[in-house]
Design a protein around this ligand. Structure first.
Ligand SMILES: [Zn+2]
Length: 289
């Protein structure tokens, strides 16, 4: 492909053609390579994501350099997205470094303040040709430093979603529909009727947060009802870490990082392909260009 692309056109194509694009949170070079290989091997469009915590851990320049290298070598379209950012300065810093998509999460504020903060980001990001995602309602669970207790999680209101997209001009929207960050206790209770109303009233691609552990038939239903992007974070971290734990269980004295990073990479790649299959984006690289 040559370079990282904005996720806007990718997600619009996904919405129009009724499939979902998987976005994977990566924390290390090996995790990034694993999901890129998964996309390459299956001719699938890819959204790489990092949390704010990972940006602080690695630095945006290192992350962008690795993602750009992947995009340069890959034959599939790749975007680099900043997940759940509440800090305007950091968000601008990531755009300057080369991120092609950002999420401004002001869902913890009242509606009007969410509008104001989203508008501020839309202005700077659109000028840079970068996609923007905003959240309405409140997704429960733990995402880096953002902790939302179960009783504080709120579903998005369809009329509010429509008005929000209209007034902010945000090109992608993450409406809370009952999914949560982290691992579910039991099955998630997804408000499909709510999603249906939001999809009918909102013309932009929708984003499904909390994609770890949602059963396959529920993922398929979400995609069918308009979720054009599915975020997967926790499950990838678990697969990565468990593979490393297995190596040390078998050989507690192992001290060559390649010996535990290679199986960890394989575990992430395998899981990424399974998630791509669930979202229906396998083989869709040509559909989003
Ligand atoms: Zn999220």
């Amino acid at each position: 492909m040559g370079h990282l692309i904005s996720s806007t056109s990718m997600l619009q194509a996904a919405r129009e053609q009724d499939f979902g694009i998987t976005a994977f949170n990566v924390h290390t070079l090996e995790m990034l390579q694993a999901v890129v290989e998964a996309a390459e091997d299956t001719n699938t469009p890819l959204i790489l994501q990092t949390t704010v915590g990972t940006v602080k851990h690695l630095g945006p320049e290192y992350i962008v350099a690795a993602a750009q290298t992947a995009a340069k070598q890959a034959s599939v379209p790749i975007a680099l997205h900043l997940d759940h950012c509440t800090d305007y300065e950091l968000l601008v810093q990531c755009i300057r470094a080369g991120y092609t998509s950002v999420m401004i999460d002001a869902s913890m504020y009242p509606y009007e303040e969410n509008v104001r903060r989203t508008q501020e980001v839309v202005k700077v990001a659109l000028a840079a040709g970068v996609n923007i995602e905003a959240e309405l309602g409140k997704v429960g669970g733990v995402e880096d430093d953002i902790v939302v207790e179960e009783e504080d999680a709120r579903l998005a209101v369809p009329e509010e979603c429509a008005a929000f997209v209209e007034v902010t001009g945000v090109p992608t929207l993450a409406p809370a529909i009952g999914t949560a960050h982290g691992i579910y206790k039991g099955e998630p209770k997804i408000a499909f009727d709510r999603l249906e109303q939001i999809y009918k009233q909102v013309g932009v691609p929708l984003v499904l947060h909390g994609g770890s552990g949602i059963p396959e038939e529920q993922v398929k239903r979400c995609v069918k009802q308009g979720m054009a992007k599915m975020n997967v974070a926790t499950e990838l971290r678990i697969a990565f870490s468990n593979a490393i734990k297995d190596v040390f269980t078998a050989n507690p004295n192992e001290n060559d990082p390649r010996k535990y990073m290679v199986p960890a990479k394989h575990a992430v790649k395998e899981l990424a392909i399974r998630k791509m299959e669930m979202a229906g984006c396998i083989g869709k690289a040509n559909a989003v260009r």
